[in-house]
Structure formats: C-alpha cells, structure tokens
Write a protein that binds this ligand. Sequence first.
Ligand code: AP5
Length: 218
Amino acid sequence: MRLVFLGAPGVGKGTQSEKVATQYGVAKISTGDLLREAVRAQTALGKDAKSYMDQGRLVPDSVVIGLVRDKLSDPSCAIGFVLDGFPRTVPQAEELGGVLLQRNVRLDRVINFQVSREDVIKRLSGRRSCPKCQSTFHVDFAPPQKNDRCDRCGEGLIQRSDDKREAIETRLKVYEEQTSPLISYYDQKGLLTNLDGSGGVDNVYQNLTKVLAPYKTV
Ligand code: AP5
C-alpha cells in the first residue's frame, strides 16, 4: 500500500494517516513531523526550516525531498507507506515519481481530503500537539483526558506556532497557490480519490477504509 494524503492544512491528514499506519502496518511519513523533529534537535536543517514553518510558508523543495528520499530507504517502508503532507508542490511530486520509479514501485492512490475553510480554521486553532510523541488533540473535538497532558506519553501539550491565526491564513493561501495544483496533477494520472473529510474522525476513517478495501489490516 503506497498512499499520498493530500489536502489543505487541518483537513485531518495526520489524524487519518496515524490510524491507517497502525491498522494496516505501513509506515507513516509526515514531512511536517520530520521538520519539527529537526527544529527541536536544532540541526542545521531545522534552524533553516524554522522561519519558513513559523510563518506558514513552505520549506524549500530540495530540503524536503532529501528528507523523504532518506525515509523511503528505511526498511519500515518495505510493506508500504502513507505520505502525509508530501508532495506539496509539482516539483516535489515529480521527484517522488522519479524516486519510486528507481525503486520499481508506484503509488497506489492519492486521497484528497475535502473540508470547508471554516471547519479547517476551527480544527487548526483548537489543535494541541504533543512535542514529544507528536500525538494531536483538539480542545473541543478530541480533548485529552487530563488537562493539557498527552494521553499517550504524559508530556505537556503545546499549541504549534503555525496554528496562530496569521500563520493559518498564510498556510491556506500557500496551499491554494502551490499545493492545490496537485489535485489535477494526480487526477490526470488516474490516481486521485476525493474524500469528504468533514465528519467526525471515526466517520471519515470508515469512509477511508472503503477506499482501502483491497488492502489487508494487520
Ligand atoms: P504539516 O505539519 O504537514 O502541516 P499541514 O499540512 O499544514 O497539516 P496539519 O498538520 O496542520 O493538518 P492535518 O491535515 O494533518 O490535520 P490534523 O490531523 O493534525 O506542515 C507544517 C509545516 O511544515 C508547513 O507549513 C511547511 O512549512 C512545512 N512542510 C511540511 N511539509 C512540507 C513539504 N512537503 N514541503 C515544504 N514544506 C513542508 O488535524 C487538525 C486538528 O483537527 C487536530 O486538532 C485534530 O484533532 C482535529 N481533527 C482531525 N480530524 C478531525 C475530524 N474529522 N473532526 C474534528 N476534528 C478533527
């Protein structure tokens, strides 16, 4: 199973890719998570990426492509993977196609999650994230059991710096300009499935599993 999860910030790509990775035993590759890890570790790459991320702009293609190329070589990707938040530009999609061709494999499906702008803003502004294990919560839709503590590892939850209103606006604009062209790019390749992402988490997942019916869960 080799999937790409596409969609505006906050449509639920991270939430759904986590569930798919667990249920189907495939690797989840989130370029956002990889970049945030590099920022926390204060690597040279992380220091460069931070200012782009805080403002809600895209990190340069060459940086992200390098990260994904390394990750795809990992044995954990042998059974399959879900790419969450990559590719985000046409050059990234072309690079991905080239890397997969070199490995003699191809993408099976690109799922385009669709949620209204209003709902996306609600989801992002209420999101709380665990800086340690990357779990995500929502103050209204998926609150943690203990106030501001991660259910999984107990770490204090934070609000991502790019989940502030101004950065959200920039991210949505960047999505329209640079990422949304990928919808027709993958549609023309016969790989695109549009999925309504507006229901609750379990409801969206149920609809997603219908698209993934040909694959076995672990
Ligand atoms: P990244 O971390 O990928 O952010 P994003 O794409 O903006 O996506 P989000 O993580 O904000 O949203 P999501 O769709 O995963 O939603 P989630 O499941 O968390 O990227 C961050 C930054 O890194 C970028 O801005 C850029 O700078 C850089 N970057 C990353 N990849 C890059 C690339 N390829 N090229 C260049 N730069 C790159 O859900 C959101 C909230 O909603 C949560 O609180 C969740 O609990 C809640 N929720 C989820 N589903 C539902 C539901 N069905 N109902 C109600 N609430 C829900």
